[in-house]
Design a binder for this molecule. Structure first.
Ligand code: F6R
Length: 611
């Protein structure tokens, strides 16, 4: 949440900063601002999108070789010009941007108010900045020292970038809990919440760790801990192409990412799954195979869509590996006092690898001796680095705020893992193992085939676009997909939607059924097929409108449902990777039909780095 960009070097800073902000806009889009330094600090900020600020700045003198920029997801204070970052200190000499939350800001603000400080915004950021200024002036120390002292006194999460009018080449940066990447160029440095702002300039990056402070100049990157000890920057090579973060001819990132799934799932399976050889190669699982084989329990922690992937994994792992699985919301797990036994394995699932609650949850579990296995999309992210082992989903950058291709990547990884563990543990018959390997291998082409009928979903979306509510029902392996379908519809079309196990609807939600309520059944051929047909009939008996996602060749449900969408036949363990795709399309087309900015739905942001 909140995107941060910085540049110091020989080029003009503004074009780099503004372009970087556009790439980071998925992290927040309530307000935008930049600070430049050229014969004095210049701060420009505005409520609204990056494009609004850019338009506002046309014709202004933006010449500067150093700059910072911020795109905000509001925490303290409503989205407005005055709450937008960068904030400027009382003296007017310092300016700062911040991603995170300073939890003890109210107490510090009180202290500063008694000293005569004034505040122009409602933000915790302005408090931290003036706190730093106060320390700098009272202790007569340099900015770096003042930042260090201040950071030791605050609680919460932060990634901050500061400019000092008196030092026109230096950016001071620090992080705890919110991501920061520094790109190393020739006579220049780039800073970003992720590497996207620096892609065309350098492939050499340094991922900054918690409690590290960076002093960044054109020719110099000094890294220190909060104890003022120098740390050698660890330079990593970026493996990310510019095309991966562009729309590539699609109208929205979300649509591009939905249509990318045949290739992202293939990338996820590539080099790991060889059905003909009967092999799954996953080095992270292999390294921990004894722990998995003897695990008394697996606890999965995640949030949102990633949590839904975890729920499906519970069904699959219990079925194939016979290991008890619990699936926890990271935000709950971190504040409970969960029982973690020796031999328990924690699986953390996260697209961004930066979700604050998931990060803290695994930290807690690690302190208690649990083995942490990370299933993460963003390479080099905090969760990936904190895990004892793991597997990347290899879905490539996901920029649309609603998670789509990362979800199918998570399902593919989790299914492969379960199959590998089951094989090693001897809990799966050889024939079933081989069959599921071939089934998994055929997923990319099946997704490709069903995407060819996207128009059919568009027509369904057009028909139901004025609905105010919707129900999503599924049983067994399709229940987590019902939850995911409902979440997608809520966030992308603003239609209130609930996901339920189909049989559970009789225990309450059936009261909502009227002739105008669309009820989406995920009813592919599986063990529960006959049962779910009864559930469809129960809805039809009450005149509800039934949209059903069914398997090709199903000749019963088309006679009952108002609308159907066919997915290729697949084993019931594999089918959810297919049946979630039409639901992604449904939410996309519903959102478009209702005029929603689907890549940036209201109030949301990708990468939730605040709790
Ligand atoms: C929904 C969505 C969110 C994320 C959740 C966790 O479309 O994207 O629910 O799944 O915020 O994010 P990660 O996976 O980055 O930890």
């Amino acid at each position: 949440m909140c995107g941060i960009v910085g540049y110091t070097g020989h080029r003009e800073a503004y074009p780099i900063v503004i372009k970087g902000l556009k790439r980071l806009e998925y992290r927040g889009y309530d307000s935008t601002g930049v600070a430049l330094l050229n014969g004095g600090l210049k701060v420009y900020k505005k409520k609204g999108r990056v494009a609004d600020l850019e338009e506002f700045l046309v014709g202004k003198d933006l010449h500067s070789h150093i700059g910072i920029g911020h795109t905000r997801w509001a925490t303290h204070g409503e989205p407005s010009d005055r709450n937008a970052h960068p904030h400027t200190s009382n003296s007017g000499k310092l300016t700062m941007i911040h991603n995170g939350i300073i939890e003890n800001y109210a107490q510090i603000k009180k202290e500063l108010l008694t000293k005569g400080y004034t505040f122009t915004s409602d933000t915790d950021t302005e408090v931290l900045l003036n706190f730093i200024e106060d320390i700098k002036e009272n202790n007569e120390c340099n900015l770096e020292e003042a930042v260090r002292v201040a950071l030791k006194r605050i609680t919460g999460a932060y990634c901050i970038l500061l400019l000092d009018e008196a030092d026109p080449e230096t950016i001071i940066a620090a992080r705890k809990g919110s991501p920061l990447v520094i790109g190393v160029g020739k006579g220049e440095h780039f800073l970003g919440s992720d590497a996207s702002p620096m892609l065309e300039y350098t492939k050499e990056v340094v991922y900054i760790n918690d409690y590290e402070l960076a002093i960044v100049r054109p020719d110099e990157l000094i890294l220190k801990n909060l104890g003022n000890e120098k740390i050698t920057p660890f330079v990593t090579k970026l493996d990310l192409k510019l095309a991966a973060i562009e729309k590539g001819g699609y109208e929205h990132f979300m649509l591009k990412e939905i249509f990318e799934q045949p290739s992202t799932i293939l990338d996820c399976l590539r080099g790991r799954l060889d059905a003909s050889a009967g092999m799954i190669t996953m080095s992270g699982v292999q390294q921990n195979i004894e722990a998995f084989k003897t695990a008394g329990r697996i606890i999965i922690v995640a949030c949102g869509t990633s949590w839904h992937a975890g729920l499906l994994a519970e069904y699959i792992i219990e079925e194939l590996c016979r290991i008890p699985v619990e699936v926890e919301y990271a935000s709950e797990f971190r504040y409970r006092n969960p029982v973690i036994n020796k031999g328990d394995i924690i699986i953390a699932i996260s697209q961004s690898g930066e979700t604050a609650d998931t990060l803290v949850a695994i930290n807690r579990a690690k302190e208690q001796g649990a083995i942490i296995f990370g299933i993460v999309n963003v390479v080099g992210s905090s969760i990936a680095r904190l895990s004892n082992g793991g597997a990347y989903t290899h879905a490539g950058p996901e920029i649309g705020v609603a998670s789509t291709k990362a979800f199918t990547g998570q399902l593919a990884v989790l299914t492969m893992m379960a199959l590998k563990i089951a094989k090693e543990k001897g809990t799966i018959a050889d024939e079933r193992y081989t069959q599921l390997l071939f089934e998994l291998e055929s997923v990319p082409e099946k997704v490709e085939a069903l995407l060819k009928n996207a128009d059919a979903i568009e027509a369904i979306a057009e028909k139901y676009k004025d609905a105010s509510d919707a129900l999503f029902l599924g049983r067994g392996y399709n229940f987590p997909i019902a939850l995911e379908g409902a979440l997608k519809l809520k966030e992308i079309s603003y239609i209130h939607a609930e996901g339920y196990p189909a049989a559970e609807m009789k225990h309450g939600p059936i009261a909502l059924v009227t002739a105008t309520l669309p009820v989406v059944f995920i009813a592919t051929n599986d063990t529960y097929h006959e049962k779910i047909i009864s559930n469809i009939q129960e809805i039809k008996a009450r005149k509800g409108k039934v949209i059903a996602i069914i398997t090709e060749g199903d000749d019963v449900i088309p006679g009952l449902a108002d609308d159907v969408f066919y997915v290729p036949a697949a084993d019931e363990i594999i089918a959810p990777i297919l049946s979630c795709v039409p639901l992604q399309l449904l939410s996309y087309y519903m959102g478009i039909a209702r005029g929603v900015d689907v890549d940036k739905p209201r109030n949301l942001a990708k990468s939730v780095t605040v709790e």
